[in-house]
Design a protein around this ligand. Sequence first.
Ligand code: PBG
Length: 330
Amino acid sequence: MIKRTYPQSRLRRTRSKGFLRDLVAENHLSTNDLIQPIFIADQSELKVEIPSMPGIFRHNLESLYVETEELVKKGIKSVAIFPAIDSNKKDQKGSHAFDENNIVCMALRGLADKFPDVIKIADVALDPFTDHGHDGVLLDGKVDNDQTLELLKDQALLLAQSGADVLAPSDMMDGRVRLIRDTLESNRFVDTVILSYAAKYASSFYGPFREAVGSSANLGNASKKTYQMNFTNLDEALHETAMDIEEGADIVMVKPGTAYLDVVHAIKSEFQIPTFVYQVSGEYSMLKLSIEKGWLDKDVMLESLLCCKRAGADAILTYAAKQIASELNS
Ligand code: PBG
């Protein structure tokens, strides 16, 4: 590091005017970096606001297409679809996940038809479909890794067949990336991207999401700590990521975002592979609510996303994508 002395160096010089600050800015955020998660449901209303996520809605299919059109106009070209499933369609195995006419598959087919260029990301995990709210199946009261793998494999193939460009396993079972990759290869889905939730922590920041997809009631007091990572750990995140890359992941992801940027930085530095971060529901809601109350300036949202870029994230899943795109365009 060069030794900088005063007043030969006045670091305030390059901060003195807005355009200068822009010229020396080290990181940038554009709509190319943003992915909009969208909740969908089989409902008669076009869209229903999620109480714990101001400004975020559950859409029916008609409204999903309107929303996607608006996103594309604002320059957001990637969406991640999450379904809220009727409770009478949930069971212990998540059987409805394998029905090609479930709402996710219908949405993917509709989007593929209407928006062929939009990147359609589909979550691979059973929690929207199970009556116990876990991401896998239970055996003797425990989430069974290897039985779950067999189901995730079928779910992944169906999602690819329905038009998903990117499969995002968020279940945190061991070995799932390899099995999904092998399944895609043997069914000639050679260009389907795997975006693995490589370092996904057991976090309380997911609360509003679980309300949005309706899994919180099913899950009750149960936790996901036997499969999602312990938030004390960083080395383990590197091990998880190394394994997922070896097993065939094209892109890896860290989740949650803001409180886990050391993990993003470590992974990006170690592997130099496309690395995404998920600014999750709880993070969004905390900021959004404070902005609505006037407790925080609205710029806090952009700041939180730029900090993700500074940490090394190549792209960010954020519920604020659409709102931020409007600001970036103005
Ligand atoms: C489920 C899944 C979760 C999220 C994405 N996929 C919740 C969970 O693991 O319980 C969280 C996203 C968010 O909080 O915004 N497999």
